[in-house]
Design a protein around this ligand. Structure first.
Ligand code: ZN
Length: 129
């Protein structure tokens, strides 16, 4: 597993997106903002994000009140953008639902939409494509 490197420019704590090597085997790391300002971009090597870093996802379920939940929706998290699209598609207009699920993970946040009870739960999961 690749460890996370931080920008070696300035005194801020930003995750490095690029690096370059100095003579003598030293390596310097740059965050995106410092990489954008760097005068010799041809020497910068982009750091590929670690594909196995845990990421944030959302379980979204729509319940019709008959006690039946969608088994896929119980275990298959969406990315945040997919979650927002899905909620819009079923007519859920609660602007705070995803924000609440982000703020308080692993608690089910309810909303109503078109006669359905919507449940949204923020989780930490493997990377979502
Ligand atoms: Zn920086």
């Amino acid at each position: 597993m690749m460890s996370l490197n931080y920008c070696t420019y300035g005194d801020h704590l930003a995750v490095a997106t690029h690096y370059y090597d100095l003579i003598g085997g030293h390596r310097r790391y740059l965050c995106q903002s410092h990489a954008d300002q760097y005068g010799y971009p041809e020497y910068l090597t982009p750091i590929k994000p670690d594909p196995w870093r845990p990421t944030y996802g959302y379980l979204v379920n729509a319940l019709a009140g008959n006690g039946v939940s969608d088994l896929n929706a119980d275990v298959w998290p969406f990315t945040e953008s997919r979650t927002v699209e899905w909620l819009e598609a079923v007519g859920c207009k609660d602007p705070y639902l995803v924000a609440d699920a982000t703020w308080e993970r692993y608690r089910t946040h309810p909303a109503e939409a078109a006669g359905l009870s919507i449940e949204c739960t923020g989780v930490i999961c493997l990377p979502l494509a």
